[in-house]
Design a protein. Structure first.
Lengths: 305, 80
């Protein structure tokens, strides 16, 4: 005999699915870079308020992730990498994702204003708007430079962290922005090289689809060359020092070398070994930013120039 | 038999509800913590409350410091 009240509907979302809606892996990068921005900034901030500020920046980042999942649920359902996300998997409705995104956006901005200052809060609001509207809604589906523009949204958190302490912008925070901004395109284009069909199936104009894979390889190498001077320049400012410069020099040399290797390969060779070089480069690019910011943190700890 | 047997729905939603409870409790704790920090680090947070108060009257020659020792102002407040 079956239970009279047995529920035969679709699987229901659990608490973890709502967390997944906030893109926790992206959030971890946001938390880390915002923390470093806050840590190296000149000035004093109460540790508890600093903790709260980082938390609200992270929630703001999560909110823009939810808004992204609301708008992009159609293409997320097509791409292998994203089809298990809560909205395309049918666990959470689109409206619910939108409501959570808007609600958390407002909450995070107001709370950051109270915890730190209203300049930082306005900056966070701008970042959410930039990622959700300018990138996700407007440019992602219309230009192959989508990754470049999206990278700006990911590059703002260290500037927000800096603004929490200083209440403004400095050359150091602009260079931290540049570090993430110019790093993002080669990072994602390397991913696009070995995730072959995903983006073309979804109709997202990735550089690999619009300009071809040869051109993408050239772009990756070019961006590593543009990135390096900014990374080194950051080491010459008040937040830099010998430790950071040494780490940055090694990482940039390796990054340029990796970009060069990608440039020299053709598709036949890449396909033959299952995109080993591209995959290795993608993994290294994750360490690249992490180690740069870790070096900044360590330099701040031991004292700079 | 219990008067209201638990609906299967409640069991399924327990994890979600507990999670939300924890988040809300942490949020309250956070606001409380921020309040404590702001008050203990903050400047004077007294505002005008439709009642002249000596602590809000600036001392002569110093625009910021509160002047609690102006007898005239004190008398005025007591008189109300």
């Amino acid at each position: 005999m079956t239970e009279a009240n047995a529920y035969e509907g679709p699987v229901e979302a659990q608490f973890g699915d709502y967390i997944a809606l906030l893109k926790p892996r992206v959030m971890s990068l946001v938390v880390f870079t915002a923390f470093v921005g806050l840590w190296v900034a000149p000035g004093q901030m109460d540790p508890f308020l600093a903790f709260c500020s980082i938390l609200f920046i992270a929630i703001g980042g999560g909110a823009s992730g939810a808004l992204n999942m609301w708008y992009d649920s159609d293409i997320d359902a097509v791409m292998r990498r994203t089809q298990d996300r809560p909205v395309p998997a049918g666990l959470i409705g689109r409206e619910e994702a939108l409501a959570l995104g808007i609600g958390l956006s407002i909450l995070s901005v107001m709370m950051l204003g109270l915890a730190a200052n209203w300049f930082a809060a306005g900056f966070l609001a701008f970042t959410i708007f930039f990622y959700a509207v300018v990138y996700t809604i407007w440019l992602k589906r219309s230009t192959p430079q989508n990754i470049v523009i999206g990278g700006a949204a990911g590059a703002f958190p260290p500037m927000i962290g800096w603004a929490c302490v200083t209440g403004g912008i400095g050359i150091e925070s602009l260079l931290m922005f540049a570090l993430v901004f110019f790093w993002t395109p080669p990072h994602f284009w390397a991913l696009a090289l070995f995730m072959r069909d995903d983006y073309s199936k979804a109709g997202v104009p990735m550089l690999t689809v619009t300009n071809g894979r040869r051109s993408t390889r050239r772009h990756i190498f070019a961006y590593t060359l543009v990135l390096a001077p900014f990374a080194i320049w950051l080491g010459l400012t008040s937040v830099g020092g010998p430790l950071y410069l040494a780490v940055s020099a090694v990482l940039n040399a390796l990054f340029i070398l990796g970009g060069w290797r990608i440039l020299r390969r053709d598709e036949v060779a890449a396909e033959a070994d299952g995109y080993t070089v591209e995959k290795r480069y993608f993994r290294f690019s994750l360490y690249y930013t992490f180690l740069h910011f870790l070096a900044l943190l360590a330099q701040g700890w031991v004292g700079g120039w | 038999m219990a008067l209201r047997p638990e609906h299967e729905l409640h069991g399924r939603r327990r994890g979600r509800n507990t999670g939300l409870l924890v988040v809300l409790a942490l949020f309250v704790a956070l606001i409380f913590g921020m309040t404590v920090v702001k008050i203990s680090n903050g400047h004077m947070m007294e505002g005008f409350d439709h009642q002249p108060r000596t602590s809000l009257i600036p001392a002569e020659g110093d625009g910021d410091a509160p002047a609690g020792d102006i007898p005239a102002a004190e008398d005025e407040e007591e008189g109300q």
